[in-house]
Design a protein around this ligand. Structure first.
Ligand code: AMP
Length: 305
């Protein structure tokens, strides 16, 4: 069984969608990645930082899911990272209203010894220098390094992002961010340009319009499952990434052919994430529900020529 290490934010989020508004609830890229990966029963560890205000019950919930939180530092002198976002009516776009880095400002990640040999390293959305520092601490090069990022880091740390991109195998990025990173409107051209920046595999997430996987001239597309109710898209991208990595870790196969399956497994999990606010749906999700919906995915895309 492959070991998976995820680094990312463990956060408080306050979210507003056309369906309602939340106070501070559990969020963060690392949280969503780990919750998704926990569906695959692989050994999963998280590296992050929280403040003294972070409830122990959230960590206990992660433990109950089999997630190793030894790498989540509790900074007694600081406040947990806080993000607030508001979705537009189409739910495909949002505005970040508040990003308070708090404990992240001084965060130096420490990879626990028993995860220094992880096979798959998921560099979730975080400062590119923090992502790079985690790569530096690995005892051996992971079989696969996957990186996720967002416009926030392109705006304030583009050079550092370019440096870490040279060291990763896969990037997962949403369509608008791929355009921002490359200056290309066409996603095919954007993927080509991103290949030249380092990642051999490029996954472009298109929200409710699915995801594209590119590798050396090859391309694969997975739709998002059309849902009657989308409540809150927060974390869908990270859930996708966690599902993608979790599946690859479980199957121990990082070929392009198997990555196609990983894209479907990631999309499947993301389709649950959006059904409730925050992490609620991912916390209650069962293996049976996941399996049943996978068949829905298959039926959605199969046809004969
Ligand atoms: P997603 O909807 O998949 O893009 O991820 C949303 C999650 O990312 C939220 O739970 C936030 O806490 C977290 N987040 C928002 N902004 C940032 C940022 N600049 N760096 C890292 N994580 C962030």
């Amino acid at each position: 069984m492959n070991k998976l290490l995820a680094v990312g934010t463990v956060a408080f989020d306050a979210i507003e969608t056309p369906f309602g508004k939340t106070d501070k609830i559990l969020g963060g890229s690392g949280t969503y990645v780990a919750l998704a990966a926990s569906q695959f029963g692989v050994e999963t560890g998280v590296v992050s930082v929280v403040g003294a205000d972070f409830p122990a019950s959230y960590l206990e919930m992660m433990h109950a899911k089999g997630i190793n939180t030894d790498g989540i530092e509790i900074d007694k002198n600081g406040k947990t990272f806080f993000w607030s976002g508001k979705y537009h009516n189409d739910m495909n776009s949002r505005d970040s209203l508040i990003t308070e880095l708090n404990v992240l400002e001084t965060f130096t990640p420490v990879v626990p010894d028993n995860f220094k040999d992880a096979d798959i390293l998921m560099l979730g959305n975080l400062h590119p220098l923090t992502q790079a520092s985690v790569i530096d601490q690995m005892a051996k090069k992971p079989k696969l390094i996957v990186l996720d990022t967002m416009n926030f880091w392109m705006d304030i740390a583009l050079e550092d992002l370019h440096t870490v991109l040279k060291r990763v195998d896969v990037i997962t990025i949403n369509d608008e961010e791929a355009r921002q990173l490359t200056g290309e409107y066409s996603l095919v051209n954007a993927a080509k340009k991103i290949h030249t920046m380092g990642p051999k595999y490029v996954v472009i997430k298109k929200g409710e319009h699915g995801a594209l996987l590119f590798n050396e001239g090859k391309m694969f597309f997975a739709p998002a499952l059309p849902l009657a109710e989308v409540f809150d898209p927060t974390g869908a991208g990270d859930t996708f990434a966690g599902g993608f990595c979790g599946y690859l870790a479980k199957t121990e196969d990082i070929s392009f052919e198997n990555m196609k399956n990983a894209v479907i497994y990631g999309s499947n999990l993301a389709s649950f994430c959006v059904e409730k606010f925050g992490t609620e749906r991912m916390e209650s999700l069962t293996a049976d529900e996941v399996k049943k919906r996978l068949y829905g995915f298959k039926a959605l895309t199969q046809f004969q020529i």
